[in-house]
Design a protein around this ligand. Structure first.
Ligand code: PMP
Length: 389
């Protein structure tokens, strides 16, 4: 078959299986491991949302929907975002309902990128972006944010902007670091970007999981709305990862092109999931709140334990990850991860899964019960003591 595999698109051949997936597959072979690798909420989807999906099935709402999604859901998404973040998007022409935030990213990048377009990625960063950029013939340009606690600033960004820069991807609250940009950092960045013809993809999938201050979107800052594509969805906020509902909010001149890619790509998101999503966004119940309270407790618990063990890190403001430095152990992030797994049966994600700027760190997810986290921290503490550092 080799002579035929040779014919596979080289860009696809070059893509690697995500480092997170690799480690999750490996961990599955260790039956007694405490796994702290996963990036999805551990809460069930709220009951009232389940019931509305059952109703949609009972009512035979199982056909294709309009390409950008049912108007009711676009209106709900638009109203949700307006109420929370003061952003106004027309439900009829500026909102597209997608198959999760993942597909929202795909249609956005395919709409704006061209062969050789440079895409600035503040690293360490979610590994879902680079392969999509490469499939479009784009060139990822990483910015090292380690010196600023993983937060991109205008100062760090500016030297990476070239005549070929087509867009920058912001992911705050961040996967994998949990960090959030301060109001000043965000406005300085907006001031710089407002003067440039560069798109901003703002992946705000963790916007509802932020613990100490309200979430702010860069799209709300002066001069930014026209060049920003906001990406969000219900996966994290409503514990609906498997329902595959995300959305894009983008000015009409961009949305009209994005919807064409979306149409030929998936036709529409699942009809049943869309009806369930209407319930999620219009019921008036704040489903994220109780989960958020629980995540906050877990964050504080894991953070305090890590500090107690001598790890270095800032308290993350959002998402459900911590990203401590493991530099003092003198091991690469992969070697640290493997040693921890072999010796104490605790699974974390090596930082290099999040670009070269994640080397020297590991990602710990706290989307697990307190009981699991306590066991994980006990084992980690034993490991740290055995390393003698
Ligand atoms: N962006 C980030 C930063 C993520 O962490 C994830 C999921 N882990 C996604 C996008 C994809 O989300 P979805 O499940 O809605 O496709």
């Amino acid at each position: 078959m080799e002579h035929l595999e040779r014919l596979v698109n080289p860009r696809v051949k070059d893509i690697q299986i995500s480092g997170i997936r690799k480690i999750s597959n490996l961990v599955a072979t260790y039956k007694d491991a405490i796994t702290l690798t996963i990036g999805q909420p551990d809460f069930p989807t709220p009951e009232h949302i389940l019931r509305s999906a059952e109703q949609a099935i009972a009512d035979h709402r199982t056909t294709y929907t309009p390409n950008p999604g049912i108007l009711e859901l676009r209106q709900a998404a638009s109203a949700f975002i307006e109420k929370k973040y003061g952003l106004t998007y027309g439900a009829a022409n500026e909102v597209i309902i997608t198959t999760g935030a993942s597909q929202a990213l795909d249609i956005t990048l395919r709409t704006i990128l061209d062969e050789g377009s440079e895409v600035i990625l503040p690293g360490p960063i979610y590994p879902g972006y680079e392969p999509l950029v490469r499939l479009c013939g784009g060139v990822p340009v990483y910015v090292d944010t380690r010196a600023n606690g993983f937060k991109l600033t205008a100062e760090l960004l500016e030297p990476h902007i070239t005549g070929k820069t087509r867009c920058i991807i912001l992911c705050y609250p961040s996967n994998p670091t949990g960090r959030v940009l301060s109001e000043t950092e965000l406005s300085e960045m907006a001031r710089l970007l407002a003067q440039r013809d560069i798109f901003v993809i703002s992946d705000e999938i963790y916007s509802e999981l932020i613990y100490d201050a309200p979430h702010r979107s860069i799209a709300a800052l002066p001069g930014m709305r026209d060049k920003t594509i906001v990406i969000n969805g219900l996966s994290k906020s409503h514990s609906m990862t498997g329902w595959r509902i995300g959305f894009t909010l983008a000015p009409a001149y961009l949305s009209q092109h994005m919807v064409k890619v979306h149409q030929y790509n998936v036709t529409c998101a699942s009809s049943i999931s869309q009806y369930a999503a209407v319930e999620a966004l219009t019921s008036g119940m704040d489903d994220a709140q109780p989960m958020k309270e629980e995540y906050r407790k877990r964050r504080d618990y894991v953070y305090d334990r890590l500090i107690g063990m001598g790890f270095e890190l800032d308290r993350p403001e959002g998402a459900f990850y911590l990203f401590p430095s493991i530099e003092r152990f003198g091991l690469s992030s992969m070697d640290f991860t493997m040693k921890l797994l072999e010796e104490q049966r605790v699974a974390v994600v090596p930082g290099d899964a999040f670009s070269i700027y994640g080397e020297g760190y590991v990602r710990i997810s706290y989307a697990y019960s307190m009981e699991v986290l306590e066991q994980g921290m006990e084992r980690l503490e034993k490991f740290v003591k055995q390393q003698g550092s």
